[in-house]
Design a protein around this ligand. Structure first.
Ligand code: HEM
Length: 367
């Protein structure tokens, strides 16, 4: 190419219209900008819809709490209620769906309604959590027995039906799993039960039923020695003034405070190399938030089984519901109340337990 031809071609290149890649980069930018804006707008529009179930359920909870008190003298719903899809179940399923937890399908419904006294201990491949409440539901088939890819909607409805929770409390408790759940494109939010063991999210040290992670890396199976130790805090049936109506050994809020106090004392001890203490567990961690979860977890079985040792032992040790021993939700004996166990009632019991632990710990002297 001559120098004149080269100069001409350079000039024509300069004056040439913008090339296609340049145009598409601009368009791409505009499209991305629009999509970003659209997603923000969509988020802002759907936020009230997502918050709505939360707001409604929290407003409703104190009402259910009061109704439970007022309806105490009336006959309780029958055990068959566990196998019926009630209006409250329908509304709760809708609230879960609105929250993006997934739709309850006909087969989910069938699974939740037909499970009962068909306990199977978990197999090696099954996913299990440090929570006996969730594991027991899987062991009885209220949620898939393998414990994997379980939608939060299924967990929520199963908690309500299995334990006779008020919809308000079932929803509130399930939202705790939101911290660790995953969302898939099919509009479902789900967990494997084992995900619940994520350290220091809800799972924590100084638990009543599991050794600390340092000593028990697999937080799935219960530590039977600790379960038995907790049950030893039960008041003997024949002791005057002992709690419990059935002449059974029973735990009460004071027993739970003492059990939690003992675990926290042992695990946080700086001078006991023989035990599960901080001396051997450099990663020991129990901030206030996790203490609250611990006391909360201990309050639920206490309320559901009225502290009865004969009902609590299978739940703690085998993660089995005490149908064989005579327990059934939805009966007059169940302390949950006519409308199921409310969040407010749970909060009162849990606060009593945590306050009890605080009052046992020696107060620090003021300087
Ligand atoms: C989606 C709902 C639930 C979530 C996310 C959840 C989460 C957890 C977690 C992470 C733990 C381990 C805490 C620790 O390290 O000690 C736990 C323990 C526990 N949970 Fe749940 N749980 C749920 C529902 C339930 C239900 C329905 C019950 C009772 C029926 C229950 C009763 C318990 C008990 C008794 C413990 C043992 C506490 C201890 O060892 O000190 N939970 N839960």
């Amino acid at each position: 190419m001559s120098s004149a031809e080269a100069a001409q071609s350079a000039q024509s290149a300069q004056s040439a219209p913008p090339t296609t890649p340049h145009v598409s980069a601009c368009e791409d930018y505009e499209v991305k900008k629009f999509l970003g804006f659209w997603n923000k707008l969509k988020g802002a529009i759907t936020l009230p819809a997502k918050l709505l179930p939360f707001i409604i359920l929290h407003t409703l909870d104190p009402v259910l709490f009061l109704l439970n008190i007022f309806t105490l003298p009336f006959p309780r719903a029958k055990p068959e209620t566990q196998h019926k899809w009630t209006t409250a179940d329908k509304l709760l399923a809708k609230a879960c769906q609105l929250s993006g937890w997934g739709k309850i399908t006909e087969s989910d419904k069938k699974m939740i309604l037909s499970a009962l006294n068909n306990y199977n201990a978990p197999g090696d491949e099954d996913s299990r959590s440090p929570c006996p409440g969730l594991n027991a539901m899987a062991n009885h088939g209220f949620i898939p027995r393998h414990g994997k890819h379980v939608s939060l909607s299924v967990i929520c409805l199963a908690i309500k039906k299995t334990y006779d929770f008020a919809p308000t409390f079932a929803y509130q408790l399930t939202s705790a799993a939101g911290f660790i759940s995953k969302s898939s494109g099919d509009g479902k939010t789900w967990i494997d039960l084992n995900d619940i063991a994520a350290p220091n999210v809800i799972e924590h040290d100084a638990s009543l039923l599991r050794h600390d992670r340092m000593f028990q890396p697999d937080q799935g199976p219960p530590a039977v020695d600790l379960c038995e130790r907790t049950l030893q805090f039960a008041h003997p049936a024949k002791q005057p003034g002992a709690p419990g109506k059935k002449g059974q050994n029973c735990l009460n809020t004071e027993s739970m405070s003492k059990a939690l106090y003992e675990r926290r004392l042992i695990c946080s001890s700086n001078d006991d190399p023989q035990r599960e203490s901080k001396v051997r567990n450099g990663q020991y961690f129990l901030p206030g938030k996790l203490k609250i979860f611990g006391a909360g977890n201990s309050a639920i079985p206490l309320i559901l089984w009225d502290g009865r040792e004969d009902y609590l032992r299978p739940f703690f040790v085998e993660e089995r519901l005490a149908y064989r021993e005579g327990w059934h939700p939805y009966t007059r004996e169940s302390p949950a109340g006519f409308f199921g166990l409310s969040f407010l009632y749970f909060m009162l019991v849990f606060a009593k337990i945590e306050h009890g632990v605080g009052s046992i710990f020696p107060k620090k002297k003021k300087e």
